[in-house]
Design a protein around this ligand. Structure first.
Ligand SMILES: [Zn+2]
Length: 141
């Protein structure tokens, strides 16, 4: 699980490489911005987060609590979710458009292809929608 948390996680690298191959340029982990977004695209006034479904408490089949210390994990993930909400609100106040790409869009049973993730990402970048989440295809729970 720790591999999901750090910088330069695998789903993030996949997104970065694919966007770069499409000629999209970005900055990484900009320190001056709330939450240090994974990718910052000033030209589009946009930030992108690639979120691990466990750490960020996504409501999807990839989120499963470990078998022990459930209270500890619940509290920790609740804090992460709370912090994510605050970060998104602050970025919104500063006029940034926000995209969250969930891990389950690229891994697990409901994954869509990376091509599809990138297609939706570029469509969003070039559109005017303020906020978007890209996630796997799974029946709601
Ligand atoms: Zn998910």
């Amino acid at each position: 699980m720790s591999s999901i948390r750090g910088k330069d996680t695998k789903p993030e690298m996949t997104v970065r490489r694919a966007l770069h191959a499409c000629g999209i340029r970005y900055r990484l982990h900009a320190k001056g911005l709330p939450g240090r977004p994974d990718l910052v695209l000033r030209r589009y006034r946009a930030v992108i987060f690639v979120h691990g479904c466990f750490w960020h408490g996504h409501d999807c089949p990839m989120f499963r609590l470990p078998g022990s210390r459930i209270d500890y994990w619940m509290a920790k993930i609740d804090r992460n979710r709370e912090r994510d909400r605050e970060v998104m609100a602050k970025l919104g106040e500063q006029g940034w458009r926000r995209l969250t790409i969930w891990e389950c869009s690229m891994r697990g049973k409901g994954k869509i292809t990376i091509d599809e993730v990138i297609r939706q990402t570029i469509e969003w970048l070039e559109g005017s929608e303020v906020e978007l989440e890209i996630q796997g295809n799974h029946p709601s729970r």
